[in-house]
Design a protein around this ligand. Structure first.
Ligand code: AGP
Length: 611
């Protein structure tokens, strides 16, 4: 959602800040702003709309200075206006704050401060922060660092923030509770950002702030401490991905690049994790809880959106391979369920970003109930990664397109590994393990084969993109893939699409079928094939157009489908991955033909950090 970038060094700050903001564009935003400090003071510029508009304003202004903070805002409190964009300032315009997260008690703080004579110019929750800091400095004579620390004690809610003061030049303060801040360590220069991709071009050395920690960045270095004023010492980590991983590398969109990267991301996700001879995967991240996991018979998966659909596929896989009882819960609904937390319960949070507010809230609720917490996340060092007892990193590299693609297929592969690992310790014979591991090893090449047919999928999209409604049908492992296919189409092409378990069709949706309502049917030659064929016959009888995702060489399906997208034969448990890739491409090309902004669909944010 919102994005934060900060620079302290010897180079002109403004171009670096703008470059950082551009790299965070994918997170979604509606306005932007920055403040740069030079010899003649601090200048702040804000604008509504795209970063180009901020840049155009900057080009008309002198903005010298080697220290600065910059922000992209995704409106929560207050409309999309310049006044509401960040930085927000105090009455005198001397303290500049950029903030991600939500200050929950801002109303009462605002009333208190207004009663003392503070004047507010915006409708944001953020604006109370510079006023609180100013009050601590003017009333109580605190240094900027102490004023920030004391001000933050009054605040409820979540924040990742940067603070710059005209009266304390040469330093930026960053602080975190619940919303990520990473410090980038360069040579004689320091960065801070809400996301590594903003600073990866300049350094691969990073330190993640933990909750309730802050840092003061100056040209001489940085000092970290807790809000209780205890010193924090933590060494920098090396970012494992190269800067060009977050570039388009010649593709027209990040989404297409990420779809085409899947043979590689699957290899990376599985690298070093398959032990073919023993028919068992190796997942070192689970070692800390292995003993508990071995006696655990109840797994609750919590996640949102596409990650939730990964969990739904995971349920079928776990139930097939292990003795565990698996429930999959939308993280946003988790708190309303009165689930049975037996002592042998583990909760697995699945998340690309590792920062999704609903998933985090569900995890914290599960922690209160005493469950063992596991994470499957892509972003290293993210909050979910740090708040879980153990977990599995997805290792799919940065995913920039708002529509999740490569991370989803890697999640499916890793859920299969996790289930196989547990299943092999419970009841699966070695021969089964060897067979599935072989299928996992072959998977990247099969995905590459689906990608080689992109032109056929594009042709189907060209033919069908003008329809306004679609039905996606699948059974068993492929039911969640029908949901995911429909979500992808909705997200980026704004076509209305419904995903259904095919068996449910005659319980309602069949009423919609006519010549204007195409059905995308997931009908590869697996156990559910015959039943799916019957469903397609029902659609055809009602003149519904059919796009079938079918196994290569399945000639029988020609009679029932208007378009056929083929996928290679594979282990049944891995069919969802191959089917997904074809649906990602279908959604991508439909969106392209409809002229949509594919990487930044309207109203969506990459990482949803509000509940
Ligand atoms: C996926 O295409 C979506 N943009 C969205 O549903 C996403 O999967 C969801 O917000 C969960 O995000 P997470 O995986 O980062 O937790």
């Amino acid at each position: 959602m919102c994005g934060i970038v900060c620079y302290v060094g010897k180079r002109p700050a403004a171009p670096l800040l703008l470059d950082g903001l551009k790299r965070l564009e994918y997170r979604g935003y509606d306005s932007a702003g920055l403040a740069v400090q030079g010899d003649k003071g601090t200048r702040c510029i804000k604008s509504v709309g795209k970063i180009e508009e901020l840049q155009a304003k900057l080009n008309n202004e002198e903005l010298p200075g080697q220290i600065g903070i910059a922000h992209t805002r995704w409106a929560t409190h207050g409309k999309v206006t310049e006044e509401n964009a960040h930085p927000q300032t105090d009455d005198n315009g001397r303290i500049f704050v950029i903030h991600n997260g939500i200050i929950e008690n801002y109303q009462s703080l605002k009333e208190e401060l207004a009663g003392e004579g503070h004047k507010f110019k915006s409708q944001t929750d953020t604006e109370v922060l510079p006023h609180l800091i100013e009050r601590e400095m003017s009333k109580n004579g605190n240094s900027l660092r102490d004023a920030v620390r004391k001000a933050l004690r009054k605040v409820d809610g979540t924040f990742g923030m940067c603070i710059l003061s005209s009266d304390h030049p040469g330093q930026v303060i960053v602080a975190r509770r619940g919303s990520p801040i990473v410090i980038g360590v360069g040579s004689d220069e320091y960065f801070a950002a809400s996301d590594v991709s903003a600073l990866r071009r300049y350094t691969d050395q990073v330190i993640y702030l933990e909750d309730n920690e802050m840092a003061v960045l100056t040209l001489e270095g940085f000092e970290m401490s807790t809000f209780q004023n205890e010193r924090v010492a933590r060494s920098a980590e090396t970012v494992e991905w190269e800067p060009d991983a977050a570039e388009k590398q010649g593709y027209p969109h990040f989404m297409l690049k990420e779809i085409f990267e899947q043979p590689e991301t699957l290899k990376n996700a599985l690298r070093g994790r398959l032990v073919p001879g023993e028919g068992v995967p190796k997942l070192g991240g689970l070692v800390p809880v292995w003993e508990k996991l071995m006696v655990c018979r109840h797994l609750i998966i919590v996640s949102c959106g596409t990650s939730y659909f990964a969990g739904l596929v995971g349920r079928y896989v776990f139930e097939e391979l292990t003795d565990m009882l698996v429930e999959v819960e939308l993280a946003s609904e988790f708190r309303y369920r009165s689930l049975n937390f037996r002592p042998d319960t583990a909760v697995l949070a699945i998340s690309q970003s590792g920062e999704t507010a609903d998933t985090l809230a569900a995890l914290r609720e599960a922690r209160r109930k005493g469950a063992t917490l596991l994470g499957m996340v892509n972003v290293v060092g993210s909050t979910i990664a740090r708040e879980t007892d153990a977990g599995i990193y997805i290792h799919a590299g940065p995913e920039i397109g708002v529509a999740s693609t490569k991370v989803f297929t890697a999640q499916l592969a890793l859920l299969t590994c996790m289930a196989l690992l547990i299943g092999r310790h419970q009841r699966l014979p070695v021969t089964y393990g060897i067979e599935l591991i072989k299928a996992l090893e072959d998977l990247p090449a099969k995905v590459a084969r689906v990608l080689r047919r992109a032109d056929r999928i594009e042709a189907a999209a060209q033919k069908f993109h003008k329809y306004d409604n679609f039905l996606f049908l699948g059974r068993r492992y492929l039911f969640p893939i029908a949901l995911e296919g429909a979500l992808k189409l909705k997200e980026i092409s704004y076509i209305h699409a419904e995903g259904y378990a095919a068996g449910e069709m005659k319980h309602g949706p069949i009423a919609l079928i006519d010549e204007n309502f195409p059905t995308v049917a997931l009908v590869p030659r697996i156990a559910s094939y015959d039943k799916m064929v019957s469903n397609l016959q029902e659609v055809k009888t009602r003149n519904g157009p059919v796009i079938a995702v079918a196994t290569e060489g399945d000639d029988a399906i020609h009679e029932l489908a208007d378009e056929i997208i083929t996928i290679p034969e594979s282990h049944e448990l891995l069919t969802p991955i191959l089917a997904t890739v074809s649906l990602q491409l279908f959604a991508y090309y439909c969106a392209g033909y409809r002229g949509c902004e594919i990487d930044k669909p309207r109203n969506l944010a990459k990482s949803v950090t509000v509940e």
